[in-house]
Design a protein around this ligand. Structure first.
Ligand SMILES: Nc1ncnc2c1ncn2[C@@H]1O[C@H](COP(=O)(O)OP(=O)(O)OP(=O)(O)O)[C@@H](O)[C@H]1O
Length: 679
């Protein structure tokens, strides 16, 4: 049942609204523990509301702006949202608006303006100036409340010098210009206040800072200043909403932030100081910041220090920084619970602390995979609102024991060799990767390997009309095993084991399946052995999207379903491998249709290079770092990390599109047998 916690009239510009705070009563549904709170916790002594003892669902609380006295359809402002859900509210406070007689403007401008908001305001003030000036001819129609855009319109002289600075400084489009611009507005404003103190009269306004989620991939911070009728009303409104905000338990209050000053060509420092710190300030999140001084600084700090006072650990950097945080946190949990990390069958325990990553690296595959794009502000806002995403990680073991955790991709062969060569060519700068890639492509090396693959039992493609006798799981495994082993051609096997084409969404079905038993059907892992000559063998825990690959190498891998994708690229002519690379860069949804590519969804894989007498093994790379081993075992750990991220909301864009077969696919299929024979 919906309940109105607060109601009054407010003004925004020259429009009037019925302002409501609606809460929803808890009706005994699921998620009780997390969501309920008692209404009397929200109601203070000052409140006029009857402190009824009801349970409410805090996250469903919303602020409504209902237009009143509509004279025409255009009598509401498009700047004001009709609803601000509590989840999207960052903070609220009363501000005092002083108005100059005649040419009124604020003395209390919002504390913080985002760069793009300032630009938008500027553009708006230029384009709307005529219409607003003419609409203000009648005294009764002068806006009761003024935003920055109106201020500029109403008193062009007072702001003309600021306008000049805005134009000059913003055209430089660097972070510093935004900072100095903020200062310039406030300074000018304060000077005017001092000079005209007697002329001013006081009104009470409320500033709401909230997140605008117009695009699911990009979140923006916005400010809204509304005016209430009396100071008491404004105060009650702020008290209620502050209380509501305080019961959002998922929001972090204290964070530890590691900044890699060298990441992404040295942009980590400026991204953090100019764009992110102000957001944490706005949200009143306490932050302890450490600028890393060497590789593994963050990992060692997490391992050595007591971190229980923090609600989360944040890295400002790229995938390497993310990997450091994972290693620090997971190894600490392993130590604390006396687990043997060198045992390939180790069962890890999920750390309680959440990890967040603010993208500032050169690839940012983790952030692309978990938020949909690499926007530092969006990631910071998802941390502030306490979004949560459980993701899988894999352990990598060699014959020597534990090697490392893998978050994005493990590669043997082509991609490992590129990393190895580019390490030796460091003096060439970033260009070395392209050069090493070209060299490797020309060499067209392939490696003979043996793979023991444990297929994921949760992938529905495996339930291919095999009748199960659930009372005898062991026997059943054998039956299935036989079914797969007796499958005659490579093609029919491929059809059965290729994962379903379904993007991993926020709240996706596959990641929310609880166990290996669903629909009364017992799903058991299935073992297959493979042997062949491969140009590259890749294990992907995330899609690995980046600027150079729209969908990543494995677009349908799921973040939390307890499996990862194994992509095998068999030896082929260079043209065959070029097709694979082209498809990865442009549209990897179809790579399994290439004759030389196989894709499996797996729980575990053991990769053993098989070398003839004088042959040299290929190189291994894991999350962009070189690793070594004669045989490598990769094993997934389901939902082992809790990330501050929302997951990707693909459904609006991608799932509505029908997957089309690639242009060449019919040609490939026709010639598949011939190509295989040639190789
Ligand atoms: N102060 C530092 N000096 C040298 N290396 C550092 C420092 N801080 C972190 N590192 C190391 O730098 C490596 C790369 O960092 P990071 O991943 O943040 O940036 P990137 O390489 O630009 O981004 P990406 O991994 O997305 O391509 C990491 O492996 C990390 O261990």
């Amino acid at each position: 049942m919906a309940y109105i916690l607060y109601e009054s009239i407010c003004n925004y510009k020259n429009y009037q609204y019925n302002l409501q705070v609606n809460i929803e009563q808890y009706d005994g549904g699921k998620d009780k523990q997390q969501r309920e709170t008692s209404l009397n916790e929200l109601v203070t002594n000052e409140a006029s509301i009857d402190p009824v003892q009801i349970q409410i669902i805090a996250p469903s609380t919303k602020i409504l702006f209902i237009p009143i006295n509509q004279r025409s359809n255009s009598s509401t402002s498009s700047d004001i949202p009709s609803i601000i859900p509590l989840r999207q509210l960052i903070n609220i406070h009363q501000i005092e608006k002083r108005e100059k007689n005649g040419n009124g403007f604020f003395s209390s401008l919002p504390r913080f303006f985002e760069k793009n908001q300032l630009i938008r305001t500027q553009i708006k003030s230029e384009s709307n100036s005529n219409s607003l000036n003419s609409s203000a001819t009648n005294e009764n129609e002068i806006p009761l409340n003024l935003s920055l855009s109106n201020v500029v319109n109403k008193d062009p002289e007072a702001f003309s010098h600021i306008y000049m600075r805005q134009t000059n400084e913003l055209s430089e489009s660097n972070e510093q210009s935004t900072t100095s611009l903020k200062r310039s507005i406030l300074t000018t404003d304060e000077e005017n206040v001092e000079n005209n103190d007697e002329e001013q009269k006081s009104k009470t306004c409320v500033q709401l800072t909230y997140i605008d989620i117009k695009s699911p991939f990009q979140w923006l911070l916005k400010h809204l200043i509304i005016e209430l009728q009396t100071e008491a009303e404004a105060k009650t409104f702020c008290v209620y909403l502050t209380k509501c905000l305080s019961i959002l338990k998922e929001r972090p209050r204290h964070l530890l932030v590691f900044v890699n000053p060298l990441c992404g060509k040295g942009k980590g420092h400026s991204i953090y100081e100019n764009r992110i710190m102000t957001l944490f300030d706005e949200a009143q999140v306490n932050v302890d910041t450490i600028y890393t001084e060497r590789a593994n600084h963050a990992r060692d700090y997490i391992l050595d220090q007591e971190l229980t006072k923090y609600d989360g650990i944040i890295g400002v950097g790229g995938d390497g920084m993310f990997s450091e945080l994972c290693h620090g946190l997971l190894l600490k949990t392993v130590q604390n619970s006396n687990l043997d990390i060198n045992d390939p069958r180790v069962n890890l325990i999920r750390p309680e602390t959440r990890i967040g990553i603010i993208p500032a690296g050169s690839t940012d595959a983790v952030v692309y995979g978990t938020t949909g794009m690499n926007d530092p502000v969006t990631s910071a806002l998802q941390i502030i609102t306490g979004e949560s995403l459980l993701i899988d990680l894999t352990t990598i073991h060699s014959e020597q024991g534990f090697v490392r955790f893998m978050a994005t991709m493990l590669a043997y062969g082509f991609f490992g060799d590129i990393i190895n060569t580019s390490e030796r060519w460091r003096c060439l700068g970033p260009f070395r990767y392209d050069l090493a890639g070209f060299r490797q492509f020309v060499r067209n090396k392939s490696y003979r390997s043996h793979l023991s693959i444990t297929l994921s039992p949760n992938d529905s493609s495996l339930h291919h009309s095999v009748e199960l006798d659930t009372s005898q799981p062991l026997q059943e495994t054998t039956k299935r095993q036989q079914f797969f082993q007796n499958t005659e051609t490579d093609d029919s096997l491929k059809e059965i084991v290729t994962p379903r084409a379904q993007f991993c969404n926020r709240n996706c079905d596959k990641c929310s399946i609880n166990d290996i038993e669903t629909d009364g059907e017992l799903r058991l892992p299935l073992q297959i052995e493979k042997q062949g000559q491969y140009t590259t063998i890749n294990c992907l825990n995330m899609p690995c999207r980046c600027k150079k690959s729209k969908y990543g190498m494995s677009p349908f891998v799921h973040l939390g379903d307890g499996s990862f994708d194994l992509i095998l690229v068999k030896r082929s002519w260079r043209t065959g491998f070029l097709r694979f690379l082209w498809q990865v860069a442009n549209d990897s949804r179809y790579i399994n249709q290439l004759p030389n590519v196989e894709r499996y969804r797996v729980n575990e894989v053991l990769i053993k290079p098989e070398l003839a007498h004088s042959e040299q093994a290929g190189n291994w790379s894991c999350d962009g770092e070189l690793i070594s081993g004669n045989k490598i075992q990769v094993r997934v750990h389901r939902q082992i990390l809790n990330l501050f991220a929302r997951g990707i909301e693909f459904q609006q864009v991608e799932n509505t599109k029908k997957l089309k077969k690639p242009f060449f696919s019919s040609f490939w299929n026709k010639n598949k047998k011939q190509t295989n024979a040639n190789v």
